[in-house]
Design a protein around this ligand. Structure first.
Ligand code: GRF
Length: 218
C-alpha cells in the first residue's frame, strides 16, 4: 500500500510522536514517518525517533534572526526530507502565516483541551480552575492563529473530584495517543480533507462517535 511520507515536529517528550511511530508498525497504516525535527537538541522525542530508525534534524530557533528565517529553514528541511504532510506533536513554536499557508490542509496539531476552550498553555490547570466536568483533547488543522484551526476530532475525558493537574494531564494524554494516530490515518488516506476552511462532511459522523467513546482503539 502507498505510505504517505510525514514529518513530525517536536520540542519535548514526544509521547504523541511515539504513538504515531507505534501506529506505523501496522502494515495497513498508510504513513511512513520520514523525518522528525526538533527546535531543541535535548528533546526526548529525538531519541524516540532515532531508536525507531527515523531521520532526525535539530533546527534551533535561536540560530535564526527571526521567525521567518526559522520557518524557512523548517520548510526547506521538511521538503528535503520528502514529507507531504506535517504533524505538530508538542512543537512549542508559533509558526508564521507564510509557513502555515504552505502546508494548508496538510498540517495537523494535537492540543490538550476541547477547543475552543483553553487555548495556549496550562490547559489542565485552567480546566481545574474553571470547574469543567468534561475535558479532553483536539486534533485540528493548523491555521495562522494559534489553536484555532478547523477541528478534526476530539476525545472527551471526565474531570474527577480528586484530580490534580498531573492526573488530569495523564488521562488526557492517553486520549491524545488514541486520536492522533487515527486522525493521521484519515489524513494520509485522503478520507480527511479541508475544503473552504471546513473539515469534510463525510468525516463528521466519525467525529461524533469518537467524542463519546474515548476508549476506542484504532
Ligand atoms: C501534548 O499534551 C500535546 O497535546 C501538546 O503538547 C504535549 C506534548 O506531549 N501540544 P508529548 O511531547 O507528545 O509527550
Amino acid at each position: 500500500m502507498k505510505k504517505t511520507p510525514v514529518a513530525v515536529l517536536v520540542s519535548g517528550n514526544g509521547s504523541n510522536l511515539q504513538a504515531l511511530i507505534d501506529a506505523c508498525i501496522a502494515p495497513d497504516y498508510p504513513v511512513k514517518i520520514v523525518l522528525v525535527i526538533s527546535n531543541k537538541e535535548d528533546a526526548y522525542g529525538l531519541k524516540r525517533a532515532a531508536e525507531a530508525g527515523i531521520a532526525i534534524q535539530v533546527i534551533r530557533h535561536k540560530d535564526f534572526p527571526d521567525r521567518e528565517a526559522f520557518d524557512a529553514a523548517l520548510h526547506a528541511a521538511i521538503v528535503a526530507g520528502g514529507a507531504e504532510l506535517v504533524c505538530l506533536a508538542g512543537f512549542m513554536r508559533i509558526l508564521t502565516a507564510g509557513f502555515v499557508g504552505k502546508w494548508e490542509g496538510k498540517m495537523i496539531n494535537i492540543h490538550p483541551s476541547l477547543l475552543p476552550s483553553f487555548k495556549g498553555m496550562h490547559t489542565h490547570a485552567e480546566a481545574l480552575a474553571t470547574g469543567v466536568k468534561i475535558h479532553g483533547c483536539t486534533v485540528h488543522f493548523v491555521v495562522p492563529e494559534m489553536d484555532s484551526g478547523p477541528i478534526v476530532i476530539q476525545a472527551a475525558v471526565p474531570v474527577l473530584p480528586d484530580d490534580t493537574e498531573a492526573s488530569l494531564a495523564a488521562r488526557v494524554l492517553k486520549a491524545e495517543h488514541q486520536i492522533y494516530p487515527y486522525a493521521l490515518r484519515l489524513l494520509a488516506s485522503g478520507k480527511l480533507t479541508l475544503k473552504n476552511g471546513r473539515v469534510n462532511k463525510q468525516f463528521q459522523a466519525v467525529q461524533e462517535y469518537i467524542l463519546f467513546n474515548p476508549d476506542v482503539r484504532f
